[in-house]
Design a protein around this ligand. Structure first.
Ligand code: GDP
Ligand code: MG
Length: 162
């Protein structure tokens, strides 16, 4: 069956914008996918070389409440069912403490993770992604979900490794 790709990251990094671009839809819900709840939004991947399902998550703040609330919620469920994780960060804001909380949480799942440094349009991509190596989740890829820069390349890179 199609691999499931989960989008995680703190609010406003651009997860839903990326979801819409990958699915080419505002609400491409996959109604007949068994066992999936409506806490998360599912769509059919339409950008990239091979088929996949993409899952958008909300509500992951990574703030002072720490990891326990994450484990009880939709993000845990999305990470549990994911074959790969796209971890979005904001290239304009840099690493915030919440990003580190989320990085540490995602690491617990031992799934392939690709860090995507979003909002990189108009920036030198090497500069935009440089500090995000510190998250310890491998080589980041700079993208712009809003403009589409590098998005297809990034999803193909992830799909090729599954
Ligand atoms: P989410 O909370 O992670 O789902 O983030 P959203 O997709 O709702 O986006 C949050 C804000 O960031 C919105 O105002 C988007 O228009 C903006 N945004 C998303 N992607 C980009 C991008 O690639 N570049 C810029 N400049 N803004 C973006
Ligand atoms: Mg959203």
């Amino acid at each position: 069956s199609k691999p499931i790709i989960a989008l995680v990251g703190r609010p406003n990094v651009g997860k839903s914008t990326l979801f819409n671009r990958l699915t080419r839809s505002r609400d491409a819900i996959v109604a007949d996918y068994p066992g999936l709840t409506r806490d998360r939004q599912y769509g059919t991947g339409r950008l990239g070389k091979s088929p996949y399902i993409v899952v958008d998550t909300g509500g992951l703040s990574g703030e002072t409440e720490g990891v326990d609330p994450l484990m009880a919620g939709q993000v845990r469920a999305a990470l549990d069912e994911a074959d790969a994780v796209l971890f979005l960060v904001d290239g304009r804001q840099g690493i915030l403490p919440a990003d580190e909380v989320i990085a540490n949480y995602v690491r617990l799942f031992d799934k392939p993770v690709q860090v995507l440094v979003n909002k990189a349009e108009g920036y030198d991509h090497d500069v935009a992604k440089a500090e995000f190596f510190q998250l310890g989740l491998g080589d980041p890829i700079a993208i712009s979900s809003a403009h589409g820069d590098n998005v297809e390349k990034a999803i193909d890179h992830v799909l090729e490794q599954l």
